[in-house]
Design a protein around this ligand. Sequence first.
Ligand code: NDP
Length: 309
Amino acid sequence: MAMILINPWRDVTPWVKALKEERPDLDLRVYPDDSNKDEVEFALVWNHPMGVFKEYPNLKCISSMGAGVDHVLKDPELPESAQVTRVTDEHLTRDMADFTIALIMNHLRGLSFYKVREASQEWKPKSYLRISDVRVGVMGVGVLGAHVASRLFKMGFQVNGWASSEKNIEGVKVFAGKNTLDSFLSQSDILVCLLPLTKETENILNKENFKKLPQNAFIINVARGGHLVEDDLIEMIDSGYLSGASLDVFREEPLPKEHPFWSHSKINVTPHIASVTDPLSVVPLILENYDRARNNKTLLNVVSRQKGY
Ligand code: NDP
């Protein structure tokens, strides 16, 4: 049995090194690779070329290199025989919370606002928001969102979550299901999107939903670019309804140079760095699933193709 690593757009050296250090005798191949493809039963992938899995007739497992699986599931030729898995990891989870907290604190204390004024030496104090007065709504309280919500509660924020199903998170009121969305939005001064990108959640950050937020709400999207209707965000900020946004993910990445987000004074752009998978940290989990696939055992972190996450 062999593993193929498919991530043609990035340097995979750290992954190869981490896998080989942990398992020196692993039959690891890096795409493109022409050796016997029948031997490959496990694929570790990120943004693979669509249709590539057809070349590997004996795949048992397709593992995403990160938490998201939208890039895998969008392949119309995904083999039925293979299960799709993803990565969960304590560093990934903590990093996401650290980053979201940094964005929220930046918004509360206006650090980006002052950074812009530095250039013109403009001494312009403005009022700020206090943690205890701010309601944060976390859309998607799965592995990442639940931890983010919990950390924010411990900092003193009023925190609500939104998910498909009921959840029990200390200090966090969780709204469950479509019917509760309006009520959840109406109580979110800061809206953090941590949903997976699925047919149900695509374009969910749209004008209609923005209007349900309190006036001056702030948007944080650290999930996927496909959640956001970009023109709706700009329109709602420019009309004065929303106070601004911090965006880490985009429909097109890298964000094109001519994109209006770059120059918008109320939109902060970061290059998809909220939380980055650390190969050293996740390799044990990946090898555990590799062994399970080899021995036809139940895999860990299997995603539902039907639900899309
Ligand atoms: P999980 O699958 O653990 O959690 C997903 C959450 O979203 C669950 O609470 C789920 O509800 C909820 N959800 C899904 N669909 C709906 C829906 N239609 N309506 C309401 N709630 C819904 O995912 P993770 O927390 O691990 O990751 C979330 C996303 O974060 C990833 O898919 C990825 O896109 C993004 N991400 C971004 C990174 C970055 O650097 N910017 C890094 C890592 C991940 P329920 O539990 O009830 O099913």
